[in-house]
Design a protein around this ligand. Structure first.
Ligand SMILES: C[C@@](CO)(OP(=O)(O)O)[C@H](O)COP(=O)(O)OP(=O)(O)OC[C@H]1O[C@@H](n2ccc(N)nc2=O)[C@H](O)[C@@H]1O
Ligand SMILES: Nc1ncnc2c1ncn2[C@@H]1O[C@H](COP(=O)(O)OP(=O)(O)O)[C@@H](O)[C@H]1O
Length: 312
């Protein structure tokens, strides 16, 4: 017997990774989060997330990092779909398939990216017609970084990172990412930052964005941006993984304009002049064997967006 209605077609959303051009960490708040001032940039390392109507809730992951991603209800994409279903009174389970190429626990917000992609995909699948602002509000419930992965581009984050404001950035920037074998836990890196500060935060008040970084972004010149790259979590990440210090030095010796730990690490992000410099640095860093993988990328790029279905 054929069913009277057909399920909507599966929806696939492409979502970028992020790097923090600036991450200023203020005091620990009463809710356990640190007050932040950050500038995010979305880069073209992508996950693709497909949602399809299914009899039961299910999550599956493919790609080079699949073996270290949970597929149970702790997967952030599952949490995102269930949150949206609960909030909008949708009674339909989905199968979420993640094609993962963003490094896991690498400081590039891969889990947050999958959550953002799932919100955008389920909104389309279920015909909810939510605005970007509404989606970003649900995103903030899932994690501090999640709203930015919906928006993409280059944006400022305040509060715990979830309150976004636009940034005027010209041009495209070329990046080389040195990805480590074993990830770092975000809460552990924040805790190490607190331990190193020992109660004496150099940023006693809520931090403010650096106007020189904003001016550099308006020029579109990577030479202007490189000296402004700042990450208050870098010392903590290097304290937990001293080899990251050597990796940063190697990248600079091989000609990067600037180098920084990406977010809570351990991925190290190098800013380079152009695509040729990105290829040269990728080859040089790969030859050292100091990273699991070295990948070049460009930013800024769009946030989570629906892409045409794959025809296999
Ligand atoms: C460090 C950053 C920089 O963009 O990204 P990652 O490097 O992890 O990708 C973010 O602040 C991570 O954001 P996200 O990964 O969404 O973290 P959440 O789920 O909100 O929080 C996880 C934990 O990190 C710590 N945390 C997070 C954000 C914040 N402003 N202060 C914190 O202290 C808290 O211990 C919190 O329980
Ligand atoms: N969809 C997902 N992709 C990656 N990791 C996930 C996902 N859902 C839950 N996790 C868990 O979140 C942890 C942090 O992953 P991730 O978001 O990639 O790192 P980071 O916070 O450093 O950017 C992982 O170790 C994993 O256990």
């Amino acid at each position: 017997m054929t069913s009277a209605h057909t399920d909507p077609a599966p929806v696939t959303v492409r979502v970028p990774a992020k790097v923090n051009l600036e991450l200023l960490v203020g005091p620990l708040r009463d809710d356990g989060f640190h007050a932040l001032s950050t500038v995010y940039q979305a880069v073209n390392l992508h996950d693709d997330v497909t949602v399809a109507i299914n009899d039961e809730w299910r999550c599956s992951v493919v790609g080079p990092y699949a073996d270290v991603v949970p597929t149970d209800s702790s997967n952030l994409a599952m949490r995102a779909a269930r949150l949206l279903a609960d909030e909008t009174a949708i009674d339909a389970a989905v199968h979420i398939s993640i094609n993962k190429s963003i490094p896991v626990a690498g400081g590039m917000a891969g889990g947050s990216a999958d959550a953002a992609a799932t919100l955008v995909a389920c909104d389309r699948l279920w015909g909810l017609g939510l605005s970007t602002e509404e989606l970003e509000e649900y995103a903030a419930e899932l994690g501090s970084d999640v709203p930015f992965l919906i928006r993409g581009g280059t944006a400022m984050g305040s509060g715990r990172g979830e309150r976004l404001a636009p940034v005027l950035a010209r041009g495209s920037y070329h990046w080389v990412f040195a990805i480590s074998d074993i990830g770092l836990s975000t809460p552990e890196v924040y805790a190490e930052c607190d331990r190193l500060r020992d109660g004496s935060s150099p940023r006693a008040d809520v931090p403010e964005p650096n106007s020189q970084l904003m001016a550099a972004l308006r020029t579109g010149d990577p030479h202007a941006l490189a000296p402004q790259l700042t990450n208050d979590l870098q010392e903590a990440a290097v304290s937990l993984r001293p080899e990251l210090g050597e990796l940063l030095e190697s990248g600079m010796e091989f000609g990067a304009l600037g180098g920084i730990v990406s977010g809570s690490g351990p991925t190290v992000a190098f800013l380079v002049e152009d695509v040729e410099a990105a290829i040269d640095l990728t080859v040089a860093l790969t030859a050292t064997g100091a990273a699991r993988e070295v990948r070049k990328a460009v930013g800024p790029v769009h946030g989570a967006h629906v892409i045409p279905a794959r025809v296999d």
